[in-house]
Design a protein around this ligand. Structure first.
Ligand code: CDP
Length: 225
């Protein structure tokens, strides 16, 4: 693990974490990792097995009985569940509406956090999520917290979903995003908070390129301290 670096990028839904993290990873030659995809994967697995996402014991059992594999493809850490690699399936409405409830289950968080920590065996990482700087890699010297106004975030997410061919209404996207923010920020285990020592970046009025540069510059500066 000598020389392995982990960059933690946390923040609420649609704050720009994914695009920023992918850009930073590409610029620095690090592996990109989307921790939310794993919570979505657990949720998707439960739904496709007919398990009620509200039933914590059944979701946990379903997760533990599945076969999970982790690997790197095209610069990103990804996973398969029982041999399938879900991508677009993870962004569907059914998953989106249940993922925050599933992610609040302590056993699920323990499994996901350990899986995410093991990804550092693949090399240096840029990982985006809600608790990367606080729980997954609390010792990382490179922590960022991205934020933006809720209306701006909802509009970004709405445009993304419409571009992906989803039939959505802007006000419903805003409501669902606010509901998820509320569950994420108030849950007992690992709520979304700004990690101690994290640099807070409000991206409301910034371009994507500006945010990527802010992170990359801070990491490079940190290296020369
Ligand atoms: O793309 P978006 O930011 O909307 O969501 P995501 O990153 O795919 O995360 C989906 C959900 O997983 C979040 O709403 C959280 O409930 C949960 N999550 C978490 O609890 N901890 C993480 N590190 C990442 C995601």
């Amino acid at each position: 693990m000598e020389g392995i670096k982990t960059i933690a990028i946390d923040g609420p839904s649609a704050s720009g974490k994914s695009s920023v993290s992918k850009g930073v990873a590409a610029e620095l030659g690090f592996i990109y990792s989307d921790s939310g995809a794993l919570y979505r994967g657990v949720t998707w697995q439960a739904i496709r097995k007919g398990v009620d996402p509200q039933d914590a014991a059944a979701v946990t059992e379903c997760m533990l009985s599945a076969e999970w594999s982790f690997f790197v493809q095209d610069g990103a850490a990804i996973f398969s569940i029982d041999g399938d690699i879900p991508v677009q399936e993870l962004r569907g409405k059914d998953v989106r509406e249940s993922v925050a409830v599933v992610a609040a289950i302590p056993e699920i968080r323990r499994f996901v956090v350990e899986s995410l920590q093991s990804l550092a065996n693949f090399g240096s990482l840029v990982m985006e999520g809600r608790d990367i700087g606080t729980v997954v890699f609390p010792d990382s010297p490179y922590k960022f917290y991205l934020d933006a106004d809720p209306e701006e975030r909802a509009m970004r997410r709405y445009r993304e979903l419409v571009a992906a061919g989803e039939d959505e209404k802007a006000h419903e996207v805003l409501d669902s995003l606010k509901k998820r923010d509320q569950i994420d920020a108030t849950r007992k285990m690992d709520p979304l908070v700004v990690a101690p020592g994290a640099q807070v970046i409000d991206s409301t009025a910034m371009t994507l390129a500006d945010v990527i540069k802010t992170v990359v510059d801070a990491v490079k500066k940190g290296d020369t301290k």
